[in-house]
Ligand binder design. Sequence first.
Ligand code: NAD
Length: 371
Amino acid sequence: MAIFEDLTTMGHEQVVFCHDKTTGLKAIIAIHDTTLGPALGGCRMWDYKSDEEALRDVLRLSRGMTYKNAVTGLNLGGGKSVIIGDPKKLKSEALFRTFGRFVDSLGGRYITAEDVNIRVSDIEQVGLETAYITGVSSRAGGSGDPSPVTAWGVFQGIKASVKYKLNKDALKGVSVAIQGAGAVGSHLVEYLVNEGAKVYVADIDPEKVKSNVKLYGAEAAQLHEIHKLDVDVFAPCALGGFLNDQTIPDIKAPIVAGAANNQLLDEIVHGAMLKERGILYAPDYVINAGGVINVYQELQGYDAEIAKKKASGIYDTLLAIYQQADDQQITTNAASNMIAEQRIQSVRAMKDLRNTMDNQTWVQTSRGRGR
Ligand code: NAD
């Protein structure tokens, strides 16, 4: 019964438990909300300690996708799936094809893609059994690596934040400290340097720092110093949970805007802490939405330029969020949640009204027939 309590509190529509003895598949698909369209969200494979832990994760992640897709303006609902087990031991074509049949049985209410421990090739195997996939390789006609478009969205988000907080239209002379020079971080370095920003990078992998210094003229910074630098923007592009009690007091930058998922260790406490310190925080799921914009574009027929153009919309989305947060004296993450909820509620009200009208028409027509 506790499961239904959770579903009621969190607002989920449907949760599907998938089991197959032959392949060892144990998966959960969570459809949080389909008001705006089919529920899109990646599939994660993880060796969860318990089924409860897997359930909690998929419920939390699928709800997050509803907010992300809604605030980004996509005609998509939120969903997510998890496959329980050690990816090194359990992965097989049969497992992914079986999972694909479960996805297919939902008739398009849920569309899957890659997430942690799931590669493009795994999703392509899922795709042998269902059309409801996205994020396949460019070789197979898909959108391929999403990181250039994600980084483009983050770049636009940094520009919006600099405009709002520092009233600057251009990034020339603006300084940015990037934590994590991986797939997204490196593209971001390039976009920023091309616009005349001064960029600092730190990464646990020294080779990645070296290549960004060499290729783009970024300046190397110490791992434990990167968030303390006296710069205009701190851009976390590595880990979740980095914004916490220990790190926030050390941040000198007036703006935090980066690609990493789940940056706030505690959404309420640390969102408020940043606000109290006068730091403008770009909600992570908004600024890093280029990835989902990219796979959404694949569903419409992929075009990299169109995907990039749509990711540029993150600029205006963030400005609206910042304005609403200031107007209502709330945190930017609360404002973003509010905008997402308002969009869903207004579409839901419109659909309810249409259903009521359809029902009335049906009643009148059948009465007419009865006469
Ligand atoms: P990545 O693995 O390519 O890059 C992450 C980088 O961070 C790596 O170079 C790694 O060495 C470095 N790193 C790890 N721990 C670190 C630490 N303590 N300090 C400094 N550097 C550290 O991943 P990515 O695809 O670039 O994604 C980066 C972040 O953005 C992740 O949080 C990811 O979930 C999020 N994100 C990525 C995309 C995408 O399109 N790839 C989309 C949305 C969100």
